[in-house]
Design a protein around this ligand. Structure first.
Ligand SMILES: [Zn+2]
Length: 221
């Protein structure tokens, strides 16, 4: 089994969404004082590779702790959107994956923008789903989550977050700041994005992982 880590590392100097507080790591216990090591972590619930719950955008929306564990694991199809830099991800890029999508619970949009992680460009020019493409994905009832290897599904200066709302309004979860989608062979894999189980979770950092069986073992890839 090949296991591919799709997660960015959380650190005090990591890129965060503009206006969001940087994570703070402070020593809670130390070897010198206590004989063991613990760290007090402070971070916004949408730090690094993370999930958005419907409750992130809608007051009555479900929070992550209310969702079934089954919503966070399942087959995923990786859509190649690397040709869309600086522009949009239209329905014509999504639709050819429709057959595989029907077998899947997740759609992961591979923009390749993770290569700019830590650079100013990460916040600028990442491709955005068109309204039509977002509505198409929202209408796929079998999907429980949609992910992207960029900072957001909406423009960095958006005030109304239309793509977030189109997707979250159907009860799906969103995954942002994925990385390493190139490490997945072909375009299907088992995906796991298990969030922290805290109460009223509008979002959570996750360790996002893809699992791929060795060639020859059944996989609908
Ligand atoms: Zn978020």
């Amino acid at each position: 089994m090949k296991i591919i880590d799709l997660t960015q590392t959380i650190s005090e100097k990591m890129p965060v969404y503009p206006g969001t507080e940087q994570p703070i790591f402070s020593p809670s216990s130390t070897f010198a004082k206590d004989g063991f090591l613990e760290t007090f972590l402070q971070m916004v619930s949408h730090t690094g590779t993370h999930l958005d719950a419907p409750g992130h955008m809608f007051e009555q929306g479900a929070t992550l702790d209310q969702l079934s564990i089954e919503q966070f694991c399942g087959m995923g199809v990786i859509i190649d959107a690397t040709s869309c830099h600086g522009g949009e991800i239209p329905l014509s890029v999504i639709e050819p994956y429709g057959g595989k999508m029907r077998l899947c619970q997740f759609v992961l949009l591979k923009t390749g923008y993770d290569r700019y992680w830590g650079k100013e460009q990460y916040f600028d020019g990442y491709p955005l789903l068109t309204a039509e493409a977002a509505e198409y994905l929202a209408g796929q009832e079998q999907l429980t989550g949609v992910g992207i290897d960029a900072i957001s599904f909406d423009k960095i200066d958006s005030n109304d977050f239309p793509i977030h709302k189109t997707l979250l309004s159907t009860g799906k979860i969103l995954i942002e700041n994925l990385t390493n989608l190139d490490g997945i062979w072909g375009n299907m894999a088992m995906i796991s994005v298990l969030p922290l189980k805290y109460s009223h979770a509008d979002g959570s950092p996750v360790r996002a992982v893809a699992f791929q069986p060795p060639p020859g073992i059944f996989c609908p890839c």
